[in-house]
Design a protein around this ligand. Sequence first.
Ligand SMILES: CC(C)(COP(=O)(O)OP(=O)(O)OC[C@H]1O[C@@H](n2cnc3c(N)ncnc32)[C@H](O)[C@@H]1OP(=O)(O)O)[C@@H](O)C(=O)NCCC(=O)NCCS
Length: 168
Amino acid sequence: MISVVKANQQHIEGIARVCTDGHWATYGHSKPKAYIERVVEAFYNYDRIRQEVTETSKHWGGYFVALDDGEVVGAGGGGMTGDTTGELFVLYLDPDRRNEGIGTKILDAVTIQQKEFGAIEQWVSVEKDNDMGITFYEARGFSYQYERESYGNEGEEDYISLRYYRLI
Ligand SMILES: CC(C)(COP(=O)(O)OP(=O)(O)OC[C@H]1O[C@@H](n2cnc3c(N)ncnc32)[C@H](O)[C@@H]1OP(=O)(O)O)[C@@H](O)C(=O)NCCC(=O)NCCS
């Protein structure tokens, strides 16, 4: 049985693991290894995730984790970018646990939180070559709006993010 809960300090290592493994599984074939290593080190290190589970606000609502028998098998989170606008900032699964509905459950939890914060719309960025991500968001009612250079890549390789949107 999968349950989705707001993450706490007990889940830090599990979040780091699923985000790191998920990132490699998603981009390992399409991006340079050194680039992925830099991203993983910057975003999915223990200290950063500890801060992200302890210091939450409207703008970063914290991680939600999917637990299977206590083990973290997925993690995601988002925040408000405007009074009525929410955004999903991150969503990763254990690569062996895709297509079981776990991603949908985590997205639902983030969405409920954002509706409580007053969101009536929700955005997400997905990289242009991430077919699985694109199929998933389209299946969840998001529609493509526009493209832009990936956030945080200034001066590095040019990656294109697709901006998707839905009413919630
Ligand atoms: C994208 C991701 C979070 C989706 O989570 P998931 O648990 O696999 O997705 P779910 O099982 O909840 O839903 C799958 C839906 O996506 C679609 N889908 C996506 N890829 C599919 C595939 N290879 N085969 C079948 N359906 C697929 C289906 O339409 C399905 O919709 P349905 O429930 O209406 O049939 C997950 O695959 C993942 O972690 N991918 C790698 C990381 C990533 O891309 N993250 C998002 C980047 S922003």
